[in-house]
Unconditional design. Structure first.
Length: 156
């Protein structure tokens, strides 16, 4: 998620957010990282010099990197930190901030642990990722009833 800079141009990710929030009026945005993420590993280990665009994208994760060797624990924590960083960046988008503050849009930070087959959700109150099976909330809220297509009401 690139920072919002308000400039005009071929900003694909920014365009997608604008379309989702302003046109589709989505009620939820999920930022979902995952275990064993090659991008996070590459942010530590680097990529070939020819990959000039990839390098720029990986720089977006630099704030999430830890000043340690890229061991499995550091990689996992960095994957989670990158999710939170992207949630923070999303809130810099004026249309996102406005809709969240109007309680019309909820942001969720998830970390999918592939080997366990379980999503850990970012709990803003605990400032921690909690396994979804034991979490009291699925994300950062605000929470409202969600009506499925079959009319079933799910409370988050
Ligand atoms: Zn990945």
């Amino acid at each position: 998620m690139p920072p919002y800079d308000g400039s005009h141009g071929l900003h694909g990710t920014t365009a997608a957010i604008e379309f989702a929030v302003l046109t589709l009026e989505v009620e939820r945005i999920v930022v979902c990282g995952h275990s064993h993420c090659g991008a996070i590993r590459a942010a530590y280990e680097g990529v070939p010099d020819e990959a000039i665009n990839l390098k720029e994208w990986l720089k977006l994760a630099s704030e999430a990197l830890l000043p340690v060797r890229a061991c499995p624990e550091a990689l996992r924590r960095t994957e989670q930190r990158a999710v939170v960083l992207q949630l923070e960046r999303l809130m810099e988008y004026p249309m996102v901030k406005r809709q969240v503050e109007a309680r019309k849009l909820s942001l969720y930070g998830w970390h999918y642990v592939i080997e366990d087959g379980e999503i850990h959700v970012f709990d803003a109150a605990q400032l921690a990722f909690v396994p979804a099976s034991v979490a009291s909330t699925p994300g950062t809220g605000p929470y409202r009833e969600y009506v499925e297509h079959d009319g079933q009401i799910l409370c988050d």
